[in-house]
Design a protein around this ligand. Structure first.
Ligand code: F6P
Length: 322
């Protein structure tokens, strides 16, 4: 097989890589437009289908997946793609340098209520030792990511991106339909008094989580000696954007609701890209006792528990899991 060798330009980033990011952004701009049209765009509501995770698919999930998938498959620098909405990987251009994984629409339950939703993506180098249509293309730890980012469709459409340097934030300028750099470096504060967790699952949590969250709620009188506030967006992009902007801890721990599926968030499409964005912004991202970016995936749609955010708070949390 002939491998297409990326052409490096002055700052070490290849032209093919820049073109790939442009492809991803073109798709997200189209999604942003449809989202901003709400009911008028005819994309609210559910389909009759379920995805590989057994979740009902929303029309916007399906549309976003098709848009990103088709545009990436047309990009000659993409060898393989994986989507949270697809059962298997899809082969792109033979010999192309990159593979891309994405969650086309994170926070689907917010679609119909005009709440925050987003697209999460990650890029790795393609593996030459396995075929383009093999899920083993993505059998790489998150620390191999070349780039991680999300587009948050909120009151403003934001792009948060890292290519291994700082985590930067761009705002979609609707007057010319381009993302403009609006925050050169995002820095997660080391301390926080804000936590994010779905409290409705408390009765299913394991002991460590119950003890830690009870101590958060105990406030000044508890062992953590601080008054905490709680926020929950039900969209990881929204919650993590808040954490990246003003600090906090975000958790989706394992629980006993469904023994066949003890964790909820996906390693490849959610935990890994968010962990890279956070670490590059000075935060910390763990799955109980393991750094998320060190996890070697054993399957495409693998799920992991997540504790991520302000470094000192995540460390306090992890001390309960030892
Ligand atoms: O994985 C999908 C997701 O929507 C995340 O974006 C979000 O953090 C979580 O699930 C919400 O979970 P719950 O339905 O328990 O609030």
């Amino acid at each position: 097989m002939k491998r297409l060798v990326p052409t490096l330009i002055s700052d070490g980033v290849s032209i093919e890589f820049i073109m790939l990011i442009r492809t991803l952004l073109a798709a997200t701009k189209e999604i942003a437009f449809r989202v901003s049209q709400g009911e008028l765009s005819g994309i609210l509501g559910s389909t009759l289908d379920e995805n590989i995770q057994g979740e009902t698919q929303k029309k916007l999930d399906v549309l976003s997946n098709q848009l990103i998938r088709d545009m990436l498959l047309d990009d000659v620098s993409v060898r393989t793609i994986a989507s949270e909405e697809e059962d298997n990987v899809i082969a792109g251009t033979e010999g192309a340098p990159y593979i891309v994984a994405f969650d086309p629409l994170d926070g689907s339950s917010n679609i119909d209520i005009n709440g925050q939703i987003g697209t999460i993506f990650t890029v790795y180098s393609a593996r030459d030792d396995v075929p383009a249509d093999s899920p083993l293309q993505f059998s790489q730890p998150g620390k191999n990511q070349l780039c991680a980012g999300y587009v948050l469709y909120g009151p403003a459409t934001l792009l948060v991106l890292t290519t291994g340097g700082p985590t930067r934030c761009y705002t979609l300028d609707l007057t010319h339909s381009g993302f403009l750099l609006t925050q050169d470096v995002l820095k997660v504060p080391e301390d926080t008094q804000e936590f994010a967790i779905n409290m409705a699952n408390r009765r299913f949590w394991f002991d460590e989580t119950v003890r830690y969250v009870d101590d958060l709620i105990a406030g000044e009188e508890g062992p953590l000696a601080k008054r905490y506030n709680m926020r929950w967006n039900a969209a990881m992009v929204g919650d993590l954007h808040r954490v990246l902007t003003r600090g906090g801890i975000f958790m989706y721990p394992s629980d006993s609701r469904n023994p066949k599926q003890p964790a909820k968030l996906r390693l490849l499409y959610e935990a890994n890209p968010m962990a890279m964005l956070l670490e590059q912004a000075g935060g910390k991202a763990y799955a109980d006792t393991t750094r998320i970016l060190d996890i070697m995936p054993d399957e495409l749609h693998q799920r992991v528990p997540v504790q991520m955010g302000s470094v000192n708070e995540v460390e306090a949390c992890l001390s309960y899991y030892k």
